[in-house]
Every structure is written in C-alpha cells, then in structure tokens.
Design a protein around this ligand. Structure first.
Ligand SMILES: [Zn+2]
Length: 225
C-alpha cells in the first residue's frame, strides 16, 4: 500500500489554497506495457499525476504553476464541458483537461501524452469506449506534434512504436500493422524490432489488450527455440 502525504499549493489560476493527497514517491518494479505504462506500484498512483483545483477546475501536474494563457483555456466552454463530462471517468477528465491546455498552448507532444494517460485511467475503470476516444485523440495529437517537428520520445522509432500500440488498442488493426511493418523496414533498435514483430502477431490475433515489453521479449525467445 502506498503511503499518502498532503500537499498544499496556491492555484496559479484562481489563487485559492488547494490541498491534495498524493502518494509518497514510488518507482515501478517490473516490465512496462508496450505503450510505456509503468508497472506497479507507480502504475496505481496515476490519479495523482495531474491535480484538479476544486475551486476553478484548473488541471495540471502542479496547479501552483500556470503557463501564460492557461487561465484563458480553463474558461473555454470546451474545457468546462470536459471537466465534468459523464462520458469519461473523473481521473480521465482531469488528464484530458490538462491535454486541452497543452494543445491550446501549442505543446502537442505533451497534449498527446496527457491523452494517453487519460486512456490508462479509462482502462482502469474498464471503460472501453472512452479509452478508444482518448487513444484516437493521442494519435491525432502525436501526428500534429510530428508535423511541428516535435517528438514524444527521443529514441529513434520510439514514437512510431507507441503509435502502433495506440492504433492496435483502439482496434485500428490494419493501420497498426502497416506502421509496424514500416518501422521494421527502417532497421530500428533490436528491441523495437522485437516489439514490432510481437505487435504484428497481436494484430493477427485481433488482440486489443495490454501487453508488456517483457512479453514481447519472451515471445521472441519462444519463437527462436
Ligand atoms: Zn483554481
């Protein structure tokens, strides 16, 4: 069980003092999912990664800070609607609001990450339709980030590998397979090639579930026996 501590901060948007319960710093032990989601115990602290000001609804990893323009985004009808949307779990709404702020302020890669994290919050609730919507949004934001010369992760092929998982888990198998094949042709790091081959096998089995990097490696070892 993760221990909690309390954090007080002054909301950078409305000036109210907010108190958040947050878990003590933890690491992840074990293999990540193919979409980078960390293992436990870090995995279960997701609800605290982005916080929501109870007064004005500003959502951010640190509500004590706000980029220029964030206060205006918080007032937008689109933001207000997302904040309390009944279509998504509450934690997913918090991530999606942070994602909207990042998107509006031009940080497409950050917005894509926040949308992926929202998908994880939906996965935890077993909400498949909203999880697909979050992944679709992450795909669109990722492509927009690329157009602006931004990447989500520095390693060559890492973004494309993430894209394949987003597409597969959203049920867009044909696209996922096509991107995985393109990645392999570009001769990426051997681990990425292994993961892409694993993804192609998952697609062939119409598997939309979460899988880990360790499974991809084991699957390769099993295939080479
Ligand atoms: Zn506030």
């Amino acid at each position: 069980m993760t221990r909690l501590r309390y954090l007080s901060s002054i909301c950078a948007v409305c000036g109210e003092t907010c108190r958040f319960s947050i878990p003590e710093a933890v690491v992840s032990i074990g293999s990540r999912d193919l979409d980078t989601r960390p293992a436990e115990p870090l995995r279960s602290t997701i609800y605290a990664w982005v916080k929501r000001c109870p007064s004005c609804g500003y959502c951010a990893p640190n509500p004590g800070k706000a980029q220029e323009g964030a206060a205006e985004v918080v007032k937008l009808p689109r933001y207000r609607e997302q904040l309390d949307s009944r279509k998504f779990p509450r934690v997913a709404n918090t991530f999606l609001c942070w994602s909207i702020i990042q998107e509006d302020l031009g940080a497409q890669a950050q917005a894509a990450w926040a949308s992926l994290h929202a998908a994880w919050a939906c996965d935890d609730e077993g909400d498949d339709v909203p999880a697909r919507i979050c992944r679709k949004r992450a795909v669109n934001l990722m492509r927009r980030a690329w157009e602006q010369g931004e990447r989500l992760a520095p390693q060559a092929g890492a973004d494309e590998a993430l894209l394949v998982d987003l597409l597969r888990r959203a049920g867009r198998f044909r696209e996922a397979r096509a991107v995985a094949k393109e990645v392999i042709e570009q001769n990426p790091h051997p681990l990425i090639t292994e993961i892409m081959r694993f993804q192609i096998r998952l697609v062939a089995a119409s598997d939309r579930g979460a899988h880990t990097v360790a499974e991809a490696r084991r699957s390769r070892q099993a295939a080479s026996l």
